[in-house]
Design a protein around this ligand. Structure first.
Ligand code: UDP
Length: 240
C-alpha cells in the first residue's frame, strides 16, 4: 500500500489517497479545535493517542457486528480506512444531558436520561450544525428513510457496546457523535460507520468524581487534555 497525495485537511486529521482508490490513509495530527474551528491549539501526543484509542474502539465495534470503515493501523499516527461517500448528517446519542442539549432546553448538565436520546444534526460548520429531524433529512434529500433508520439503529447498537465498555472502567459515556456513509466499493449496500471514536467526539465523565476526561477539557480550559485522554486509554485497556 503506497501513500499518495493529500486529499483533504480537516481540523484534526489529514486524509491521503493510496494506490488503491477504495482505500485512504487517515493521519491523526496533534491539532485540536472547538466551536466550529474558532478555538485552535496543538497538543503533544494527541495524534498518536487518538489513533490508538480509535483503533481499539473500532475493533470492539467490529467484533460486536457494527460495520466500520476502519481497516488497520499503519503506524503511530495513521490508519487505513475504506474510502466513503458520507451522509451529510451527524448522529448524536445522549445517555446524560450535557452540552448543547442542556443549553437548548435549559436543563442542568448531568441529568441522567431514562433512556438514550438520539438526535440528528446537519453537518455544516457555516450553519453551526443545526438540529434536524427525519423529515428534514428525507424531504431535503440528505438521506433516504431507510438510511435514516439504519443510522438510528447503528448508533444505538454502538451505545449498547460502548456504554458498558466504559462503565467497566468506571467511566460514564455521556454522549457522542457518529457519521455514516457508503464505502465506494459498495455504494448501494448497507451504511457503514465512517467516523473515528476518540475523546474528541464524545463526553466521558469519571463515574465516581464526575471529572471530565474528554474534549470539554480543551473547550472549557480545564487543563492537561491529553493526560486525561491517555488516562481513558489506559483505563479501558488500550495499549499506548
Ligand atoms: N460532537 C462532535 N462534533 C460536533 C458536534 C458534537 O464530536 O460537530 C460531539 C460532542 O463532543 C459531544 C456530542 O457530540 O460529545 C454532543 O455534542 P453537543 O450537541 O452537546 O454539542 P457541543 O456542546 O459539543 O457543542
Amino acid at each position: 500500500m503506497d501513500k499518495r497525495q493529500e486529499l483533504y485537511r480537516g481540523k484534526a486529521k489529514t486524509v491521503y489517497a493510496t494506490d488503491d482508490p477504495q482505500r485512504l490513509v487517515m493521519h491523526y495530527r496533534d491539532d485540536v479545535s472547538a466551536f466550529d474551528g474558532v478555538k485552535l491549539a496543538k497538543l503533544d501526543l494527541k495524534g498518536e493517542t487518538n489513533n490508538k484509542i480509535n483503533a481499539f474502539v473500532m475493533g470492539k465495534l467490529a467484533a460486536a457486528g457494527v460495520p466500520t470503515h476502519f481497516v488497520r493501523v499503519l503506524n503511530e499516527r495513521e490508519s487505513l480506512v475504506k474510502a466513503m461517500k458520507m451522509v451529510p448528517v451527524e448522529c448524536v446519542v445522549r445517555n446524560v444531558c450535557a452540552g448543547s442539549m442542556a443549553k437548548r432546553y435549559g436543563i442542568e448538565e448531568g441529568r441522567k436520561l431514562g433512556e438514550p436520546i438520539f438526535e440528528f444534526f446537519l453537518k455544516s460548520d457555516a450553519l453551526h450544525d443545526p438540529l434536524c429531524n427525519d423529515d428534514h433529512i428525507r424531504v431535503l434529500g440528505w438521506a433516504s428513510q431507510h438510511e435514516i433508520d439504519e443510522m438510528r439503529a447503528l448508533t444505538h447498537q454502538v451505545n449498547a457496546v460502548l456504554k458498558p465498555l466504559f462503565a467497566a472502567a468506571g467511566i460514564d459515556l455521556v454522549d457522542y457523535k457518529l457519521e455514516f456513509g457508503h464505502p465506494t466499493d459498495d455504494p448501494t449496500g448497507p451504511l457503514v460507520l465512517g467516523d473515528e471514536f476518540t475523546p474528541d467526539g464524545c463526553r466521558l465523565w469519571d463515574a465516581t468524581t464526575g471529572e471530565k476526561l474528554d474534549k470539554d477539557r480543551f473547550r472549557r480550559d480545564l487543563g492537561d487534555v491529553i493526560g486525561h485522554y491517555r488516562q481513558v486509554a489506559q483505563r479501558i485497556g488500550v495499549p499506548l
